[in-house]
Design a protein. Structure first.
Ligand code: DGL
Length: 258
């Protein structure tokens, strides 16, 4: 495998673009092929088996394009399919995501931690293990339909705010202040600003993007696959199973000042 080969990143749609943005910033000598499986989104309300079939198809596609590593930039696909993909490609660097519950627990050992994620992620065996280890003060908050706002390009509408207010209401009742909110789906990272605006100032809002990219950098270094020269051409190629407008949305989210 060549050091200057691209890194493949994928998600059910445009959420993983938030991970790609972090990777572009933290790994300046790497280049990336991003695949958004928009035609099959959302993953988060399917079965684990269905998500695994889809994730396998996307992984095959990215590997056929010569990727030296794969980032599953989707908590849902990681919960459902990471183990299967690692068994299929034992020599490949495969980096997954998980809700940043450990980080939240370390930073806020006391107080309520809300973990926002898809129904598939929150009902998976992988999440159960994480919750058993770090979830003593955590509340799992399934958010079916929340990713669809982002897929529609909506990151600030009154309807979106109403959806989130409804989710937070039980935890903000009687002046309660959650210690932390974990964005356990890569789509939700694009909602950071609106989520922040609905919470008390002392509530931390965390995601797992930097930790994931740090792990990617570590693995590339260990395997002597980290690129040491900035690529000559474009650093990103975006592919999708969706249509022109999904491609346009991904490009817009990639370029969004945040
Ligand atoms: N972005 C995905 C995640 O991190 C899920 C969105 C979906 O439901 O497809 O979980």
């Amino acid at each position: 495998m060549q050091k200057n080969a691209p890194i493949g990143i994928f998600d059910s749609g445009s959420g993983g673009i938030s991970v790609l943005r972090t990777a572009l910033r933290m790994l300046p000598d790497e280049h990336f092929i991003y695949f958004g499986d928009t035609a099959n989104a959302p993953y988060g309300t399917k079965t684990e088996e269905e998500v695994t079939v889809l994730a396998k198809q996307v992984a095959e596609k990215l590997l056929s394009l010569g990727c030296k590593a794969l980032v599953i930039a989707c908590n849902t696909a990681t919960c459902a399919a990471a183990a299967t993909l690692r068994a299929m490609y034992p020599d490949l660097i495969i980096i997954g995501m998980e809700p940043a519950l450990k980080l939240a627990h370390d930073l806020r050992p006391e107080g309520d931690i809300l973990v926002l994620a898809t129904p598939v992620s929150l009902s998976s065996a992988k999440y159960r293990l994480l919750y058993t280890a770090y979830g003593e003060h955590a509340h799992s908050v399934p958010c079916p339909g929340l990713m669809d706002f982002v897929e529609r390009g909506d990151i600030e509408s009154p309807e979106l705010k109403a959806y989130l207010e409804d989710k937070f209401a039980p935890y903000l009742a009687k002046g309660n202040t959650p210690a932390a909110v974990v964005l356990g789906c890569t789509h939700y990272v694009f909602l950071h600003k609106v989520i922040r605006s609905l919470l008390p100032e002392s509530t931390l809002v965390l995601d797992g993007n930097e930790g994931t990219v740090r792990q990617l950098g570590r693995r590339l270094t260990q395997e002597n696959l980290i690129s040491t020269h900035a690529p000559a051409g474009e650093r990103v190629k975006i592919l999708t199973s969706g249509n022109e407008s999904s491609l346009a949305l991904m490009q817009k989210l990639l370029d969004l000042p945040m």
